[in-house]
Design a protein around this ligand. Structure first.
Ligand code: NAD
Length: 420
């Protein structure tokens, strides 16, 4: 299994990042091995009847990296490229992210290899319900708490809540986070990840002496993370000059009207054809001059092929794993780009997920203002911790963030000891 995981490019990348940070920490070999490999890798088949009447069998995965510090927490992804190795990498990153943020969770991630864009609502619902049923022995509010990720949303979480609660015989809202607010979701969860991305960008601008109201940003991905990051950044006064999604890329040096673009995407399902901007090649868009570049879609999009050509001051990783180790090396060598690593940049999502879980366990609801204020306080603290650790130890922001997270996990593993 170790070899199978290492054969996956995304897992190999997460593993390389882990090794760099673990080398720096000089981790004891036994703790190091226990930190690195996932505790549980679950694969299930998910058969559903398509609208055509045919039966199709999908593959679904859930990886629970470890449960040493609490239940595992992490998204559920519906995408054609989902593999066990990718899910295992994403679970590992969630681990360090939760520990870095001081959340009482281990990392988890799940996914189904499917193309939700080609599925009807009913097919998606059936897929989600059947996957949840297959997962029932492995999930629970104290074991594994899912949340939305690429291709899933609040409605997906509502279906999971329904299946789990039906089996329990009573409503169990703490089984997932990112639920609709009327089903005891948290105020502020929907925009939390993008809001956090925008907040950490302004913290980086502050360190670099960049004025928000004179700054520009380019965003890859206009889903949950990208659209909310764009919206919050433009509220801070940052001009959004380029945005791309799966349908194409658009460009307007005078600034894209984000609210109008949201309406256009709601009508047409993509940014392509937006009248308030020109078309641009999506790859070219990434290397245009800007103050902040925000990859908020896929993994490995900043790589050896484009890292040397980037013209941004801040690289803000809204997506998980958007930068390859090869690109990291180039960026470190250049020394002119302030990297906000994914485990910090997009941690707003899991932090407000944690708030939602706490509210559900307490049967109490906080206001949006309370949620966002608490979120900013926690992000500010983590941002400063990473910044100072990196400065003090003369290391990259990525290694600093991972080392801080891994150190927390290693401490708990060493203290709990090895059984039997
Ligand atoms: P989403 O499904 O809501 O949106 C994904 C966006 O990426 C869409 O706009 C899609 O069109 C675009 N996209 C897909 N392929 C593309 C391509 N080749 N080029 C450009 N754009 C492309 O997903 P999301 O929830 O916004 O997640 C995006 C990333 O952020 C993922 O890496 C996810 O793991 C990460 N993330 C999400 C959350 C969250 O709360 N949703 C939290 C932390 C991290």
């Amino acid at each position: 299994m170790k070899n199978d995981l290492m054969a996956n490019d995304v897992f190999k990348m997460a593993s390389t990042q882990f090794d760099r940070a673990a080398d720096y920490l000089d981790l004891d070999e036994s703790v190091r091995e226990r930190c690195k490999w996932p505790k549980r890798l679950i694969t299930v088949t998910v058969p559903i009847q398509r609208d055509s009447g045919e039966t199709e069998v999908f593959f679904g995965y859930r990886v629970q990296h470890h449960l040493s510090r609490g239940p595992v927490k992490g998204g559920l992804r519906f995408h054609p490229n989902v593999t066990l190795g990718e899910v295992a990498a994403l679970a590992m990153w969630m681990n360090w992210k939760c520990a870095l943020m001081g959340l009482p969770y281990g990392g988890g991630k799940g996914g189904i290899t499917c193309d939700p864009r080609t599925m009807s609502l009913k097919e998606t619902e059936n897929l989600t319900r059947r996957f949840t049923t297959e997962m029932l022995p492995f999930i629970g509010p104290e074991t594994d708490v899912m949340a939305p990720d690429m291709g899933t949303n609040a409605q997906t979480m509502a279906w999971i809540t329904d299946v789990y609660s039906t089996h329990a015989g009573h409503l169990v809202p703490s089984i997932v986070t990112g639920k609709p607010v009327e089903l005891l979701g948290s105020e502020g969860r929907n925009q939390a990840t993008g809001h956090g991305v925008a907040f950490t960008i302004t913290r980086a601008f502050n360190k670099l002496g960049i004025d928000d109201t004179k700054a520009t940003a380019i965003i890859q991905g206009f889903g949950n993370v990208g659209s909310h990051a764009a919206f919050t950044l433009s509220r801070y006064g940052v001009k959004i000059t380029g945005i791309s999604d799966v349908t194409g890329a658009i460009w307007n040096p005078k600034g894209i009207d984000v609210e109008e673009l949201v309406k256009h995407v709601a009508e047409t399902k993509g940014v392509k054809g937006f009248s308030g901007a020109e078309e641009i090649d999506p790859e070219e868009m990434l290397i245009q001059p800007c103050d902040a570049l925000v990859p908020a879609a896929l993994e490995r999009v900043i790589n050896k092929g484009n890292a040397a050509k980037l013209q941004c001051r801040v690289l803000a990783e809204g997506a998980n794993g958007p930068t390859t180790p090869g690109a990291d090396a180039i960026i470190e060598e250049r020394g002119d780009i302030f990297l906000i690593p994914d485990v910090l940049c997009n941690a707003g999502g899991v932090t407000v997920s944690y708030f939602e879980w706490v509210q559900n366990l307490q049967h109490y609801q906080w206001t949006e203002q309370e949620v966002l204020t608490k979120l900013e306080t926690m992000l500010e603290k983590a941002f400063e911790n990473v910044y100072h650790f990196a400065q003090t130890n003369n290391m990259s922001q990525r290694v600093a963030a991972l080392a801080l997270g891994i150190h927390e996990v290693a401490k708990v593993k060493a203290t709990r000891g090895l059984f039997p």
